[in-house]
Design a protein around this ligand. Structure first.
Ligand SMILES: Nc1ncnc2c1ncn2[C@@H]1O[C@H](COP(=O)(O)OP(=O)(O)OP(=O)(O)O)[C@@H](O)[C@H]1O
Length: 563
């Protein structure tokens, strides 16, 4: 269950922040003790979120410092801090329960028993009154899911699960009706006092009932401290400087309406009470727990996208159309163009599909991953490995169905060639997926990412050299830059290499150079004529190396582009 936190004292001492030459915070002072609810109030744009970001270590401080029990806030100390952002960031396809389950399993340390983790979910679900929507998906702008208020509580529930000692909450009551807002603040206050936790919440114009729950108040105006101290004493303070709140008037409304001229409070910060004895591990859970839970969640999140009804129907339709177009091709050399056409169709259709699928998965995921990684929830390596492996079975099922339909309808390589055909096509999918991961991770703007991906794909088709009888000799190397060249070459070799030679006078062979000097045309002659001049193992091993290299590069790109 939840632990009672040791006494702590979080101090922000003359904190100033400038971003892009704009001064946002000007020497803010404040203290938040354990067991207290500190409210940060102020008009919009006064710097409330910036202050939370500073405490959470998300933006650098220009001057001043933030300390916990007298020690500067290091990365390790920040692991005791949970930050509930103003925006509710989740993976949309998971239900609320799945989201909480994932968070509990991955962020509550491995030392806590599974049953206790489940009990903690139960307890928080009841405390935040979200049991009724546990099986509702989170949803997004396309698919309706949790309401705004439910999402807000889900967001807080996820952070509460980790049993943090200090909670920073940006606008916990925004979007909630007054009764839900009141209950939520009551629960947060109860959490702080019962478990000796520290809560710092920014809040816009609270009701007077909520206002009286605050232990301390920090009032910001244009990035300056207008008041810091006991919330109950704020009105007395303003009364003393000639700004009097009328009886029965909501103190929060008064504070916003009164001209709280900059008056920087001087706070007497006492020495830190007690040394922090708590050990802070780098990650709450081990690699395998992270890998297992991330694989599970990623599977849940991507399943809907991979087996999307329209896209699956499109793939089946395309496979049948392709199968009809290349139906039962004879195993002779004069059909080589048809067989190359069928192979080309498979490689290109799944090349584009795989690329778009991989890239389009990033925008929704990126913000969630960044949020969780900032909170120190898991290693990048476990996330990346989980992403690759969880998508794998899902990514190959539809392509295998597609390739099987085409193969058996067209019979381009005989019965024995089926598994080789499927294998090479799947390698091609993996190759493109690897590149898609890199582009998706590199480019935040989805339109830019799609443009780059299309350029690479179309460039690969042109450079592959299969549809060009006068390929410039000085550009002979360009085909090796084409992603399409490798799988197509390998497949064309498997379907043509062993075909019986055919007399030159029985085919469209007159177009082949060899027929001017020879009576027979062989599969090898055809391969050479389309630029396939290496043995099959060269193409296959190059693809295998590229797949591994692209996966490794994808990891480093993600690492480099974090945040
Ligand atoms: N990265 C940034 N670059 C430039 N200005 C910024 C940046 N971040 C914040 N600001 C500015 O700093 C000021 C304070 O912003 P902040 O988001 O902290 O205000 P806030 O009090 O939380 O506002 P709200 O109540 O509307 O959420 C605003 O004027 C904002 O435009």
């Amino acid at each position: 269950m939840k632990t009672t936190a040791a006494d702590s004292r979080l101090v922000f001492d003359t904190v100033s922040v400038s971003i892009k030459n704009k001064d946002i915070l000007h020497g803010i002072n404040g203290v938040a003790n354990s067991g207290e609810l500190l409210a940060v109030m102020g008009p919009t744009g006064s710097g409330k979120t910036t202050l939370l970001n500073v405490i959470a270590g998300r933006i650098p401080i220009t001057r001043g410092e933030v300390t916990l029990n007298g020690k500067p806030m290091t990365k390790a100390l920040r692991r005791r801090v949970a930050y509930v952002l103003q925006n509710d960031i989740f993976l949309s396809n998971l239900t609320l329960y799945e989201t909480l389950y994932f968070t509990a399993m991955i962020r509550i340390p491995d030392t806590v028993a599974h049953s206790e983790k489940l009990a903690r979910i139960d307890e928080i679900v009841d405390a935040l009154h979200i049991r009724g929507c546990l099986n509702t998906i989170i949803g997004d702008f396309m698919v309706r899911g949790l309401s705004g208020g439910e999402k807000k509580r889900a967001n807080i529930a996820c952070e509460l699960l980790t049993d943090p000692d200090i909670m920073l909450i940006d606008e916990p009551t925004s979007g909630l009706d007054s009764s839900t807002a009141h209950t939520l603040m009551q629960q947060l206050k109860g959490y702080a006092t019962t478990y000796n936790k520290t809560i710092i919440a920014t809040i816009h114009q609270p009701s007077s009932q909520i206002y009286h729950m605050f232990c301390k108040l920090l009032l910001l105006v244009n990035g300056h401290t207008a008041y810091f101290g006991e919330a109950d004493m704020a009105l007395t303070y303003f009364d003393n400087i000639g700004l009097t709140c009328q009886p029965n008037y909501n103190p929060a409304d008064f504070l916003y309406s009164s001209k709280c001229i900059l008056d920087i409070s001087t706070i007497n910060i006492k020495d830190a009470d007690r040394e922090d004895q708590r050990t802070t591990r780098r990650w709450p859970t081990g690699f395998w727990t992270q890998y297992r839970m991330l694989t599970w969640r990623n599977y849940k999140q991507s399943k809907g996208r991979i087996f999307e009804r329209y896209e699956s129907a499109q793939s089946l339709l395309m496979a049948i159309i392709g199968g009809c177009m290349y139906f039962q091709i004879a195993d002779t050399l004069d059909t080589f163009r048809d067989r190359m056409g069928a192979i080309f169709f498979c490689v290109v259709y799944w090349g584009f599909n795989m690329m778009l699928f991989t890239i389009s998965g990033f925008p929704g995921e990126r913000v969630v991953i960044n949020k969780e990684r900032r909170a120190g929830a898991y290693r990048l390596s476990s996330y990346y490995l989980a992403k690759i492996s969880s998508e794998l079975p899902l990514l190959i099922i539809m392509p295998i169905i597609f390739f099987s339909i085409i193969y058996w309808m067209s019979m381009i390589g005989g019965v024995s060639g089926f598994f080789i055909f499927i294998g090479i096509n799947l390698m091609s999918c993996l190759l493109i997926q690897g590149l898609g991961h890199i582009i998706g991770a590199l480019m935040v703007n989805i339109r830019h990412a799609i443009t780059v991906a299309n350029t690479i794909m179309v460039g690969s088709l042109v450079l592959a050299g299969f549809f060009n009888t006068h390929f410039p000799s000085w550009l002979f190397w360009a085909k090796y830059l084409s992603l399409v060249h490798y799988p197509m070459s390998a497949m064309v070799i498997t379907v043509l290499a062993d075909t019986d030679p055919t007399p030159c006078n029985q085919t469209t062979a007159e177009t082949f150079e060899i027929c001017k000097t020879s009576e027979f045309l062989t599969g090898k002659d055809i391969l050479m004529s389309v630029g396939i001049d290496l043995p099959i193992h060269c193409y296959l091993s190059t693809m295998a190396i590229l797949i591994v290299l692209l996966k490794i590069m994808g990891y480093y790109v993600l690492k480099w582009k974090k945040g």
